[in-house]
Write a protein that binds this ligand. Structure first.
Ligand code: SF4
Length: 164
């Protein structure tokens, strides 16, 4: 994780500054069939089987049912968590926000071989924040990732201003 650039040392979901009970991306890494799915972090059930959006959680159950209805094979997708480690039972938005920031390099790393014009399904505000840097409503968020793997022009401008 650290070799990917993660900031586990400042992540609220780390244990003693190291990843704890984590899940990496699953599915087709270089040729996902049509779409990448970016979800929240893994559930406790998902960690046991090493899978994000595992049917053991409510979200995973709904996701799995939708895939079945649409006739999509899970292994044909690339499913990536916005952060890798299971979060504690009681967390606040501030913790999840910090985990998204700390774990973003791992998201980038896991997507580096995916063609840049591959659509990405963002499963919630943390997934949106992971790619966009802002917390926006899903209905107002759409676009393509650019070379820096960000959607928003505003975020890109902020980064360019920072580097001046
Ligand atoms: S969620 Fe990511 S940044 Fe946080 S401890 Fe786990 S691997 Fe490190």
């Amino acid at each position: 994780m650290r070799s990917a650039g993660c900031r586990c040392d400042v992540c609220p979901f780390a244990k003693d500054g190291k990843p704890d009970r984590y899940v990496l991306a699953s599915g087709s890494k270089t040729e996902p069939s049509g779409v990448v799915v970016l979800g929240d972090g893994p559930s406790k059930e998902g960690v046991k089987v090493g899978e994000v959006l595992h049917p053991g959680s409510q979200t995973g159950e709904e996701f799995t049912a939708l895939l079945a209805e649409a006739g999509i094979v899970r292994d044909d997708l690339l499913i990536v968590p916005a952060w890798a480690c299971v979060k504690p039972e009681l967390t606040k938005d501030v913790d999840e926000r910090a985990a998204v920031e700390a774990c973003r390099p791992l998201v980038d790393f896991q997507l580096k071989d995916v063609p840049k014009d591959t659509p990405v399904l963002l499963m919630g505000k943390w997934a949106t924040r992971s790619v966009d840097g802002r917390e926006k409503g899903l209905f107002s968020t759409r676009g393509f990732r650019d070379d820096k793997w960000r959607l928003g022009d505003e975020r890109r401008k902020e980064k360019e201003d920072d580097s001046d």
